[in-house]
Design a protein around this ligand. Structure first.
Ligand code: SF4
Ligand code: SF4
Length: 67
């Protein structure tokens, strides 16, 4: 299955990716990153279809999609 990786050092916690994902695979972490934000994370296993919308919408280039 495809998956995403979120660079916590880049993520500013804007939540745009959670709204962009058509499968609602992304949620926000409950734990602060070292930069002081709640970063996005892949919330569900075997959820991502690799469409890349989350990576495209992220203003901080924090998401990479792996297929
Ligand atoms: S690549 Fe597509 S399906 Fe996967 S997490 Fe991003 S928006 Fe959701
Ligand atoms: S769109 Fe980018 S910066 Fe915003 S929450 Fe998602 S990964 Fe973080």
């Amino acid at each position: 299955m495809p998956e995403i990786r979120v660079d916590e050092n880049r993520c500013k916690g804007c939540e745009l990716c959670t709204k962009a994902c058509p499968k609602e695979c992304i949620s926000m972490s409950q734990t602060f990153s070292v930069t002081g934000y709640y970063p996005a994370q892949l919330a569900k296993q075997d959820c991502c279809i690799g469409c890349g919308l989350c990576a495209q919408i992220c203003p901080d280039l924090a998401i990479s999609v792996w297929k």
